[in-house]
Design a protein around this ligand. Sequence first.
Ligand SMILES: C[S@@+](CC[C@H](N)C(=O)[O-])C[C@H]1O[C@@H](n2cnc3c(N)ncnc32)[C@H](O)[C@@H]1O
Ligand SMILES: [Zn+2]
Length: 270
Amino acid sequence: MKLSALDIYTCPECKGKFEIVKTDSAEDQEILEGTLKCRTCKRKATIRKGIPALINQGNVKGSDLKFQKFYDRISPVYDPIVRFASRILFGGDIAFRGEFARHLELKPRDKVLEVSVGSCGNYPYIGTFTGQLDLFGLDISKNFLKQGLKNINRWKIDAQLCQGNADDMPYADDSFDCVFHKGGINGFTDKSKALAEMFRVAKPGSLITVSDETENMFYTKKQFKKMGLPSFEELGAPLDLIPEEAEDVELQQTGLGMMYVMKFRKPLKK
Ligand SMILES: C[S@@+](CC[C@H](N)C(=O)[O-])C[C@H]1O[C@@H](n2cnc3c(N)ncnc32)[C@H](O)[C@@H]1O
Ligand SMILES: [Zn+2]
């Protein structure tokens, strides 16, 4: 975790700012192991391998909890499975992830947040066409983040990862030039809260892009149920849950109609 990220991180309990109370590896403005403490409610958060745990685990409920356990279990095999599936279905990762990245309207030096970053598989594709970005990633699954960290180290991509819940994000208001999400919202306990959080942490004028499966996805709700996961009652874009103040709402289908891309913009302050 970079020291500069302290300007953006907020306490998941009370939204207060953190200070560092313990660090044994402050090198080059980077903390690998340590503890943060909220200046307001005094809650502590540990940092392991540079990843702060900024989650209120007691509040993780319903399908969020099921998916957290599921993704913790499958994180080691997720990358090869998705690579294989995207080759068969969409002609490979460049087509699958690169096509999505084109929606993001990125500019060099943008501060970018991926909500549910998983193993960071989108990062190589968004970086390639914009050069330098200030990347942040949040995920509910600790094991998925470990996998993500291995990947970004291998790819030499710099990103500030943290464990957190999409419906209660540990970031200050108006922090990011771009907020995006791909592949988890169908299973969220509270989609509406997660969309409101994406909107809150985006800077005025910035674009929020959300993508997940449509009901045309090749695997069925039944298969999810067999794996002990909540069957998604409503696959597809939650257009009706976008915050009312949002502008430029857009919906497209992609990936042979199996994925949607939903975009909306936080208005500039008047
Ligand atoms: C299918 S993976 C997609 C990962 C990555 N976005 C990608 O495109 O490869 C879904 C991700 O959503 C995360 N996730 C599920 N529920 C979440 C929640 N409530 N808050 C944050 N992340 C969540 C999972 O841990 C997992 O990493
Ligand atoms: Zn606090």
